[in-house]
Design a protein around this ligand. Sequence first.
Ligand code: FE
Length: 338
Amino acid sequence: MKTLASSLIAAAFSVTASAGAQAQVVNLYTARHYQTDEALYANFTKETGIKINRIEGKEDELLERIKNEGASSPADVFITVDASRLEIADKAGIFQPVQSKALEARVPAHLRTPNWLAFSTRARVIVYNAQAIKAEWVQSYDDLANPRLKGQLCVRSGSHPYNLSLGAALLTHEGEAKTEAWARGVVANFARAPKGGDTDQLRAVAAGECGVALANSYYVARLMRSTKPEDVKDMAALTVVWPNQKSWGTHVNVSGAGVVKTAPNKANAVKFMEYLASDVAQVYFADGNNEWPVVKAVAVKNPALEKLGAFKADELPVEKWAPNTATAQKVFDRAGWR
Ligand code: FE
């Protein structure tokens, strides 16, 4: 029979145990939310015993929230898409450097900065309607500024991170003056004032409203994998180009993450970052949004990505080009790319 004393001891133990368990958490602020995320996170908890608390939101809102919470922020890891957004977060001073041999060994050097890392990649591709456009007219980003495409180009806002990142990479390769001339040429070729997201541009090309567009590869892959009749019909009208295969390669952007400067659970945050670079997590993380893993040895089985095939990617270090985001915005503003 249990005595009162032994019950009290048992109760005290359970309190201690649960307080210990409560300490094993990691708080993620994430702008990514895909079907495979549940399995991605559940597997981390299974492997490490560390519970994941997730705050999901829009990219810019989450960054504002971390900034507003200041030193008392519970955020350990900030996950977002696009290098220019990660760069803006870094400039705002929200990250701290992470030293991890495992991450250095797994994530290629050109996809890391001291304060944040990429965990998957996406390409910014050219998509055209072969009824309106000749293949040889649209083989490079430079081609999009050629006057022979006057009235043919659909593209989203010049303030959007996807275009700013491309602009930042162009700036790094070719300098500010050439990039500004390019942006002016792009604006002069607009079929319409920029509106909507990348998928809207793809649909406009399919509908013949414009001849050519820029889009991130996962939007194309999403359309390719869709069985909805309207998507199948749209995709049948589109041809995808890997730009700049004869020069520095197709511009590649990232999804990535960094450890927050004030992380209350820093060690767990680093473990989570290392987990994201593991084989199993790379597949979940990348394939959840039809992206490519950063760890080269990891292969995803994704019919759309397989169909799109291999390409020469620009391997300009993200650490070099992402800081040019702010200049890219100024250049686009001057060129009238709203
Ligand atoms: Fe997107």
